[in-house]
Design a protein around this ligand. Structure first.
Ligand code: SF4
Ligand code: ZN
Length: 324
């Protein structure tokens, strides 16, 4: 583990490292798309994702870059249902929907509960709706929304890492107990949850990044989540770039993502996905990047481990060196 850990990481420092936000319209989502996913019933289906334009998240996590497409002030009441309605008009008919709001769906300052009824009526034709939330914001509001909702509700929660020293430095303002309490509360109320898990957050070597991601998957499943998504950590939000310059952060290698994905699927405790957005950031081997990307996508979709790709780059991948 890197010993250079005296950097004071707090809201002020993290925000001070940011660049400019992108121009967004509080009446329009900033993105929407359809992708394929292996659903909880094991079938590959289309799933739509709406990326709502929303007020910046109340938390300032070290690795987060979602602030880039947010507003400084709350969006007007009614703007969130308007955005959802607009996006649904652009999207094909699908049965599952993710609504991501660059923060927590259950943060009253982000999405007012006065909008829940209208949102729920817009979503009545779906089978599943997935929203995201900080674990500390799971509570009554979640149940109130669920009561209005016809589709099944699932909630995605950031666990990030079970390395408590690193978790503290991520400025997530959360303990492992907060996470498992939130998952338990959701489960008691028959709401499925999925965990976001970071692969190689700052202050960890490549082998440590693998081990802590695997331990985080173990913890997430033992807490009661139904599904885990492993996210390789990237620079680009200012703070992470600064840590990278200091030698406190290095993006993980695509081989490590494969290793952790294989580990998670092999547990057979629930669905495990690897985030596949821009995997070129995690590979410097042009020979196998496309093949590895295709393999990861296939494993995600089928939830079955396939044969590894052999390539010259396997020999210099440091993640296989167990030297913790
Ligand atoms: S809680 Fe989620 S959205 Fe908010 S800053 Fe942290 S990672 Fe980003
Ligand atoms: Zn290669």
């Amino acid at each position: 583990m890197n010993e250079n850990r005296d950097q004071v990481i707090d809201d002020r420092w993290i925000v001070s490292k940011r660049g400019k936000k992108n121009a967004v319209n509080p009446r329009k989502p900033y993105a929407w798309l359809v992708e394929k996913e292996c659903t909880v019933s094991g079938v590959i289906e289309d799933i739509a994702i709406i990326f709502l334009t929303n007020r910046e998240c109340s938390f300032h996590c070290l690795m987060c870059d979602l602030w880039k497409n947010t507003t400084d002030m709350a969006v007007p009441p009614g703007a969130i249902p308007e955005q959802i309605e607009w996006a649904l008009d652009q999207l094909p008919d699908v049965r599952h929907l993710k609504i991501y709001n660059s923060g927590s769906f259950f943060d009253e300052r982000a999405i007012t509960s006065a909008d829940y009824n209208k949102i729920a009526s817009l979503l009545s034709s779906f089978e599943t709706v997935i929203v995201e939330s900080h674990p500390k914001l799971i509570g009554e509001k979640c149940l109130n929304f669920r009561k209005m909702l016809k589709p099944d509700l699932q909630v995605a929660l950031g666990l990030e890492t079970v390395n408590t020293e690193v978790l503290l430095k991520l400025n997530k303002q959360m303990t492992l107990d907060d996470f498992s309490t939130a998952v338990r509360y959701l489960k008691q109320n028959e709401i499925l949850s999925r965990a976001f898990i970071l692969l190689r957050p700052p202050f960890l070597s490549e082998p440590e990044g693998i081990v802590w991601a695997e331990r985080s998957i173990d913890f997430a499943f033992s807490s009661g989540v139904e599904c885990c998504t492993v996210i390789p950590v990237r620079p680009g939000n200012g703070a992470m770039d600064q840590l990278m310059n200091n030698g406190d952060f290095t993006p993980p290698d695509i081989h490590s993502l494969e290793t952790v994905l294989e580990y998670g699927i092999g547990l057979k405790k629930g669905r495990v996905f690897a985030d596949t957005w821009d995997l070129s950031l995690f590979s410097d081997c042009a020979k196998c990047l496309d093949k590895r990307t295709t393999r990861i996508v296939e494993i995600n979709l089928n939830q079955k481990i396939t044969d590894r790709i052999d390539c010259i780059c396997d020999t210099y991948h440091t993640g296989s060196v167990q030297s913790i």
